[in-house]
Design a protein around this ligand. Structure first.
Ligand code: ADP
Ligand code: MG
Length: 225
């Protein structure tokens, strides 16, 4: 009843809240911990066996910083995530995820909640940040190969009139397939590209952590529905 009243009065019904964003980060951190070895093993096959270690170090640090931003707006929270990742994670993934969260934070500056459209803009900005920073193209076998189809699917779902939960479900379903699709790709960016043809047949580690990030966002939206 309360929500119905809100919808009628404000025209807002489907919002992702600041609390859900905090929850997203916590779920992502726990997903990284649970998959730390898996991510590192994927990186052992085509990189230097540190992706799980890098992500774990970064997000443990993020968790230690979260209490300082619990009462801040979504933009400030995501900016803190960005700064923490940039300063604590070496390798390719630190600056790339750092830029993703930095660009996402600028869309959410001053906001306590996000409409479905704003969530789309946040995801798009994050992807654009990764593209600008890493200069990867589709099918270079990177995190872009999961993030890009996910954003396209999210946008399409909105155009079909879906809310954040349904749009995110569509995005995650597409990204699961997109992750699988990184296996036959030949790596053209990052350490895996040094392997040339030998990178074929392995799932990309960064694409895998990006999939976990999107799945965590879905879970945080779903849990509080
Ligand atoms: P490093 O390669 O420095 O050891 P990580 O192992 O933490 O760093 O991260 C590797 C992942 O980073 C790759 O699996 C890939 O998804 C991603 N990556 C590497 N270079 C790029 C790039 N230029 N653009 C987008 N993603 C990239
Ligand atoms: Mg590595």
């Amino acid at each position: 009843m309360h929500q119905y009243t809100r919808q009628v009065c404000d025209g807002v019904f489907d919002m992702v809240t600041q609390a859900q964003i905090l929850q997203w980060l916590k779920i992502f951190e726990s997903e990284i911990e649970q998959n730390k070895e898996y991510l590192t093993n994927l990186d052992a096959a085509i990189g230097d066996a540190d992706h799980g270690i890098n992500m774990s170090r970064g997000f443990k640090k993020v968790m230690s910083q979260l209490p300082t931003v619990t009462h801040q707006d979504i933009g400030s929270i995501l900016k803190t995530v960005s700064m923490t990742l940039i300063s604590s994670v070496g390798g390719a993934s630190g600056p790339l995820y750092g830029t993703l969260f930095l660009k996402a934070s600028s869309v959410a500056a001053g906001k306590q909640e996000l409409t479905t459209q704003e969530l789309l803009e946040l995801l798009q900005a994050g992807l654009d940040g990764v593209l600008q920073r890493g200069k990867a193209q589709l099918e270079d076998k990177t995190m872009v190969d999961v993030l890009s189809p996910a954003v396209v699917a999210f946008r399409q779902a909105i155009e079909e009139g879906k809310d954040s939960l349904a749009a995110m479900q569509q995005a995650v379903a597409i990204s699961e397939q997109a992750l699988e699709n990184t296996k036959p790709m030949l790596a053209k960016k990052g350490r895996a590209s040094y392997l040339g043809e030998r990178s074929i047949g392995h799932q990309d580690p960064g694409a895998t952590s990006s999939y976990l990030m999107l799945r965590s966002l879905l879970k945080s939206i779903k849990d509080s529905e």
